[in-house]
Design a protein around this ligand. Structure first.
Ligand code: PLP
Length: 480
């Protein structure tokens, strides 16, 4: 690693990336390659001699680019976005450039202390109660994903309960969530050794806006207690993946408190919106939760990856996840006056993600981040109103954030499912835009998730025109 080569080659790579962004609209948004395409293009073993950066970038252009789905394209409306920004990129460069490994305080004191500071900043932006902040009695940590955050909180909840009840009771622990909850919870539950049959995926309906009715939770808990189970964990979601539904946090929290459940809030996507006063009410009742997580890498201008997890009782996490190898021992840790983040996560090694989030928060400031969220929400409103002008379409679930769930109505005896599948394929195969589908209850719909940093009103207008054109052909075929 010598700094002259580093400067020269980094500049080349930065120019390459800048060029990519300049031309990003020229690529088909969703990759159009076939499975296995890459092995036909690249050698099957690593080179013995070094190759030039020029040759590598040529291969990136010719072989890798065609196999990319362009998540930063302004015409990317699929899943939820992985927002990027200059600040996020610069923060990421600093993070990989310095390349420290902050597993405990002594391994890089600034990494730990900045993380504790920046997670408190984020908590304050979300107006979390002081009990979740280091400046209160709680604290937070940056994980790579919600999945990791959920596994860690489940492990903490499990160990806290089993310590009290006896370790043989693991097969009796029950986890509750709505049927709209992200699959990550179900995966996490299995990972921590709780049987899949003990996951209660509680029904939601169109009537409840696909949020979890408190009564349904209460009844499920009562039934389980009667059958000899131990209610352990409740996960509520603010902004579900399929349709952006919001669970009633306060009412669910009161039930969780009554039955002594660990209450986690997954705000992976919509947590970012909650920094705006007009969306903050979705978190009302958060003081009843034990933990809450959200992903700045989805909608807070922070390049992948970054997930904030706050807990009220850090010692519950630490009791479950602490590791104690001889080579890690040091007097700072033994003083108990420092945070050792290795004990708040699964892995030992960890990146300096706090630097990235810190740069993002400082370079954008709250005002610009709120502007960014509100612009996306306004674009989503625009798309929603365009859908409303065409009688062949309908909005399926009321829009809350920047996700619009819509579909073609059934036509000429062809059901909505079939028509909307055809429409989605036609749009995605065009390469001009990429959307994905959602299912809630019996309803199949197309999701238009707005949130790419480069998306402007003209992209939303063009998307709608594309959808209308493809729908025209599909309906014309259906008519014959
Ligand atoms: N929870 C919700 C509500 C999500 O929308 C997602 C991803 O879209 C996740 C969890 C999974 O997040 P991660 O990929 O960070 O594990």
């Amino acid at each position: 690693l010598d700094s002259n080569t580093f400067t020269d080659e980094s500049k080349i790579v930065i120019d390459f990336i800048a060029d990519y962004y300049k031309n990003i609209e020229k690529y088909p948004v969703r990759s159009q390659v076939q499975p296995g395409y890459l092995s036909a293009e690249l050698p099957q073993s690593a080179p013995y001699c070094p190759e030039s950066l020029k040759d590598i970038l040529k291969d990136v252009s010719n072989s890798i680019m065609p196999g990319l789905t362009h998540w930063q394209s302004p015409n990317f409306f699929a899943y939820f976005q992985a927002n990027a920004s200059n600040a996020g990129f610069l923060g990421e460069m600093l993070c990989s450039g310095l390349n420290i490994v902050g597993f405990n305080w002594i391994s890089s004191p600034a990494a730990t202390e900045l993380e504790s500071l920046v997670i408190d900043w984020m908590g304050k932006l979300l107006k979390l109660p002081p009990s979740f902040l280091f400046s209160g009695n709680g604290g937070g940590v940056l994980h790579g994903s919600t999945c990791e955050a959920v596994v860690c909180t489940l492990a903490a909840a499990r160990d806290k309960a089993l310590k009290r009840m006896g370790w043989d009771k693991i097969t009796k622990l029950v986890v509750y969530a709505s049927d709209q909850t992200h699959a990550t919870l179900f995966k996490g539950t299995k990972i921590v050794g709780i049987p899949s049959s003990n996951i209660r995926s509680l029904p939601t309906s169109f009537l409840s806006g696909f949020s979890l009715p408190p009564q349904t939770l209460q009844e499920a808990i009562e039934n389980d207690i009667k059958s000899g189970f131990y209610p352990l964990f409740l996960c509520a979601t603010v902004g579900t993946t399929a349709c952006g539904a919001v669970d009633p946090i306060r009412e669910l929290g009161e039930i969780a408190t009554k039955y002594n459940l660990w209450f986690h809030i997954d705000a992976a996507y919509a947590g970012s919106a909650c920094i705006c006063p007009e969306f903050r009410h979705y978190l009302d009742g958060v003081e009843l939760a034990d933990s809450i997580s959200m992903n700045p890498h989805k909608w807070l201008l922070t390049n992948m990856d970054c997930c904030c997890l706050w807990v009220k009782q850090p010692h519950s996490l630490i009791n479950s996840l602490a590791s104690d190898a001889e080579f890690l021992r040091n007097s700072a840790s033994e003083s108990n006056n420092v945070v050792d983040y290795k004990d708040w996560q699964i892995a030992l090694s960890r990146r300096f993600k706090a630097l990235k989030l810190w740069v993002v928060l400082r370079r954008h400031g709250l005002s610009n981040i709120m502007y960014h969220i509100r612009s996306d929400v306004n674009l989503a409103k625009r798309f929603e109103s365009l859908v409303g002008t065409d009688k062949r379409f309908e909005i399926v679930v009321p829009r809350r954030f920047a996700l619009v769930c819509f579909r073609l109505k059934p036509y000429n005896g062809i059901n909505g499912l079939e028509l909307n599948r055809r429409l989605l394929s036609a749009v995605n195969e065009s390469g001009r835009a990429f959307m994905t589908h959602g299912v809630a209850g019996e309803e199949y719909f197309i999701r238009c998730a707005i949130g790419s940093t480069l998306t402007e009103e003209r992209h939303v207008n063009e998307l709608w025109k594309l959808i209308q054109d493809k729908a025209q052909t599909i309906l014309a075929n259906a008519a014959t």
